[in-house]
Write a protein that binds this ligand. Structure first.
Ligand SMILES: *[C@@H]1O[C@H](CO)[C@@H](O)[C@H](O)[C@H]1NC(C)=O
Length: 170
């Protein structure tokens, strides 16, 4: 084979690999959201558009993506969903707004939420969440709004949260 032809083939294979990698990345976020859907009971059908066979979750209702098709907002406040939040949500690595207020969510706040380094707003108020506020939330250095009131949380607010220097509302 002429060197130039083999060079082209190597290039094409690399591009295909990159494209497949990008598709997998967005599916990973769809998978994480779909795992959440499976945890929730949804009497009002607000999650009906969450179809896991689509290339990515960016067209699903209540989900917002950035230009790179990464999920940046999840808006499920006031949606009458019940169930537990689960650790999968921490796979939405670009998430900035997690709005789950005024529902019937129970169980604990997953400590894995501490991995959401880009989170600006964490609104879980007015649910039935129990156990303690995880210390790991002190790793959310971009956080500006955290509303956890009107739940059934136990214990005190972890002192580590004082590290959150951008926090405006708690
Ligand atoms: C919420 O869901 C329950 C069923 O679990 C239903 O009885 C109730 O009417 C719903 N509330 C609203 C505001 O849609």
């Amino acid at each position: 084979m002429a060197p130039r032809v083999s060079f082209l083939i190597v290039g094409a294979v690399l591009l295909l690999g990159l494209a497949a990698g990008a598709a997998r990345a967005s599916n990973e976020e769809g998978d994480a959201l779909y795992a959440l859907r499976l945890r929730l009971s949804d009497p009002n059908g607000v999650l009906q558009s969450w179809d896991p066979t689509l290339v990515n979750p960016c067209t699903w209702f209540h989900v917002t993506c950035d230009h790179a098709s990464r999920v940046v907002r999840l808006d499920l406040g006031n949606s009458n969903v019940s169930g537990s939040i689960g650790p999968e949500i921490s796979r939405l690595v670009s998430l900035q707004y997690l709005e789950l207020y005024r529902n019937n969510l129970y169980g604990e706040i997953p400590k894995e939420l501490g991995k959401l380094k880009n989170l600006i707003s964490l609104d879980l108020y007015a649910n039935k969440l129990t156990r303690r506020i995880p210390k790991s939330l002190s790793k959310l250095s971009s956080l500006r709004f955290m509303r956890l009131n009107n739940n059934r949380l136990a214990g005190s607010i972890p002192g580590e949260l004082a590290k959150l220097s951008n926090l405006k509302v708690m």
